[in-house]
Design a protein around this ligand. Structure first.
Ligand SMILES: Nc1ncnc2c1ncn2[C@@H]1O[C@H](COP(=O)(O)OP(=O)(O)OP(=O)(O)O)[C@@H](O)[C@H]1O
Length: 252
């Protein structure tokens, strides 16, 4: 049997934006990422909103929160933000991103069948998921559907099997998440300009609270478990070298 620990494990998502801007105080916004909660994370925002910067910072914080975690990184765009990860065995760029998905999906299936009795958290971080899916759809619709179904299965079944998905994209259109699986992101972060159509998809019940808000780069909203809305500021990374070392080690 999988041995599961449901002790709370806290991940800091950012800092309360209004307290920071109003009083200069950094009040962390944290969330439980133990097996008792749904800790799939969706990060979205337009180009330049600070997604990649946030992803690096979040990745290193997650490694510290999940010291026994296993990590895979799929980097579809494969540009400079994650270049330092290129030599890591669990880093998969451009056309190889599906290998990361297949590795994680196989682990999900092995845990589901009972063949794999481990329960340490397995996390797949997938940068530019939507762009990757759109490109697959253009190449081969059936193959793209298989990929989207695997992603949906991870979103639907991952929590209890300790398999987590973190995806970033500009617009999280429902088309890339069959069977309504987008609802299974327990943590949703939208950075930068408040795009009404994106908020309507992700925060339909919170439109009044976000009305009139303006967000700059590295600022935005975080919705936790579909019910707690926060306005967050990512803040600056204090020690890039240490952050990179933590991420490299996690993918090695
Ligand atoms: N919180 C932050 N603090 C300081 N600089 C930031 C922050 N967020 C982003 N930046 C800087 O802003 C620029 C754009 O950020 P980033 O590349 O993360 O955006 P992006 O949303 O990933 O854009 P794209 O989708 O085009 O890759 C980068 O130079 C990055 O270093």
């Amino acid at each position: 049997m999988m041995m599961k620990s449901d002790a709370p494990k806290l991940l800091t998502l950012g800092f309360d934006l209004d307290t920071w801007d109003g009083y200069g105080a950094r009040v962390p916004i944290t969330t439980d990422i133990s097996l008792t909660t749904n800790s799939h994370i969706l990060v979205c925002g337009m180009s330049g909103s600070g997604k990649s910067y946030y992803e690096n910072a979040l990745f290193s914080k997650l490694v510290l929160a999940d010291p026994h975690g296993e990590f895979y990184f799929a980097d579809y765009k494969s540009e400079d933000s994650f270049a330092y990860l290129r030599s890591c065995p669990h880093y998969y760029a451009y056309k190889n991103t599906l290998q990361a998905l297949d590795a994680v999906y196989a682990r999900l299936n092995a845990r589901q069948s009972g063949e794999d009795e481990s329960s340490n958290p397995i996390t797949l971080i997938w940068d530019e998921y939507m762009a990757n899916v759109l490109s697959l759809v253009n190449e081969d619709k059936k193959a793209a559907a298989v990929v989207m179904n695997k992603v949906s299965e991870i979103l639907l079944l991952g929590r209890s099997l300790s398999v987590r998905l973190i995806t970033t994209m500009q617009r999280p259109d429902a088309i890339a998440f069959p069977a309504g699986s987008r609802l299974n992101y327990g943590i949703v972060v939208a950075l930068g300009a408040a795009i009404k159509s994106i908020y309507e998809m992700l925060l339909p019940d919170f439109m009044e609270q976000v009305k009139g808000r303006v967000f700059g780069q590295g600022e935005g909203v975080a919705l936790l478990q579909g019910s707690q809305l926060h306005f967050i500021k990512v803040g600056t990374v204090q020690d890039f070298e240490r952050m990179r070392q933590i991420c490299v080690k996690a993918l090695s």
